[in-house]
Design a protein around this ligand. Structure first.
Ligand SMILES: CC(C)(COP(=O)(O)OP(=O)(O)OC[C@H]1O[C@@H](n2cnc3c(N)ncnc32)[C@H](O)[C@@H]1OP(=O)(O)O)[C@@H](O)C(=O)NCCC(=O)NCCS
Length: 185
């Protein structure tokens, strides 16, 4: 289930998590979620200032009125985005928070007109369930590997590279005219 709005959710999601665009008020929770898994070697710590500055990249997963998951879409080039900082609280595992976050980030990538989303992970089985394919490090876009090389503390070593190619929505040039306007023309 994707929900990309900051408005109060009135839908009944049952006991499933859903995703919303992050606001600065979520920044501290995002840092805590990411730090928890960084301590276990699965994510890279993000600091509060960095998260607030890039808050439009982030979404959070909500479950039982609490932010229980997060993730970010970083724009790498005009074509490529990176999904990173995916983290779900252990107490909210397997209620769809991770899927909701990734689906919302893929929707963000579509909205930015990107054609490909890549990521580096030690949890490839999770992303494989969400339509990502494992690729060799040498198949990663150059703009991405250049960016990783420039960013402190980031490495490809020990991580699986994954990709999801985005299929653009069909564009129509046909102009649809309401029947009464067409009749009076
Ligand atoms: C991996 C992680 C994001 C999963 O979050 P989650 O909210 O429990 O996942 P969901 O409930 O949305 O599960 C979505 C699907 O993935 C599957 N899944 C979840 N975790 C999985 C895992 N570790 N391995 C394989 N499949 C997994 C679920 O069974 C579900 O499959 P289905 O819908 O086809 O039945 C979460 O465990 C986490 O934060 N892990 C540590 C940080 C990490 O590894 N981040 C990714 C690196 S960037």
């Amino acid at each position: 289930m994707i929900m990309l709005t900051n408005a109060a959710p009135f839908h009944d999601f049952g006991d499933k998590a859903f995703a919303v665009n992050a606001s600065p008020i979520h920044a501290a929770a995002i840092c805590r979620l990411v730090a928890y898994w960084a301590d276990r070697g699965l994510t890279i710590r993000r600091n509060l200032r960095e998260v607030i500055t890039n808050i439009d990249d982030f979404v959070v997963a909500i479950h039982r009125q609490r932010a229980v998951g997060c993730g970010a879409l970083e724009t790498v080039s005009a074509e490529v985005g990176e999904i990173r900082s995916i983290a779900v609280a252990e107490h909210a595992a397997r209620v769809g928070a991770g899927r909701a976050v990734v689906d919302a980030l893929v929707a963000k990538a579509h909205a930015r007109g990107l054609s490909e989303v890549v990521l580096l992970t030690k949890t490839p089985e999770f992303f494989a369930r969400l339509g990502f394919e494992a690729i060799g490090h040498d198949q990663l876009p150059e703009a991405f590997t250049d960016m990783i090389a420039r960013q402190e503390g980031r490495t490809l070593t020990g991580k699986v590279a994954m990709r999801r190619v985005l299929v653009p929505a069909p564009v129509t040039t046909e102009v649809v005219v309401p029947a009464d306007v067409a009749a009076s023309a």
